[in-house]
Ligand binder design. Structure first.
Ligand SMILES: [Zn+2]
Length: 139
């Protein structure tokens, strides 16, 4: 007769990866765009590795995604996927619209129809019936 089997291993604890919520940088998550924060400059805590979308002065890097590394005097140094490091004004680094549970940043960038600046949408704006056509400053 077989003895009772031991307690079955509890279901593995997958799925406990906490939801990445916007703006909770203090708890270890990266920030997403919200109504009050759209660029790296708006973040009180700028975490290394924060995904950003570059709209700055370097033409060949414009529109690329990068991650924030550190501050060098007043410039935010970001790292591109090819390993290149460049410094930007933190206002030139847009935040992602969303970050999925795997940590992949999703950027929904639009151009303002009034001032032609690029700006990131919040998830609410992305899911709204009508996306905003003007950047926050022009609204
Ligand atoms: Zn505008």
């Amino acid at each position: 007769m077989r003895g009772a089997r031991g307690v079955e291993a509890a279901d593995s604890q997958v799925g406990t990866l906490s939801m990445l919520t916007a703006g909770t940088s203090s708890s270890g998550n990266f920030a997403c765009t919200t109504a009050t924060q759209r660029t790296l400059r708006d973040l009180r805590t700028k975490r290394k590795g924060q995904p950003v979308y570059v709209v700055g002065h370097v033409l060949e890097r414009k529109g690329q995604e990068a991650t924030f590394e550190l501050f060098n005097v007043r410039l935010a140094v970001v790292k591109f996927s090819d390993g290149v490091l460049l410094g930007y004004d933190p206002g030139e680094l847009l935040l992602p619209t969303d970050i999925d549970e795997k940590g992949v940043a999703e950027f929904e960038i639009r151009q303002c129809q009034q001032c032609e600046q690029q700006f990131p949408l919040t998830t609410e704006e992305l899911n709204a019936e009508k996306e905003p056509t003007a950047c926050p400053e022009c609204r």
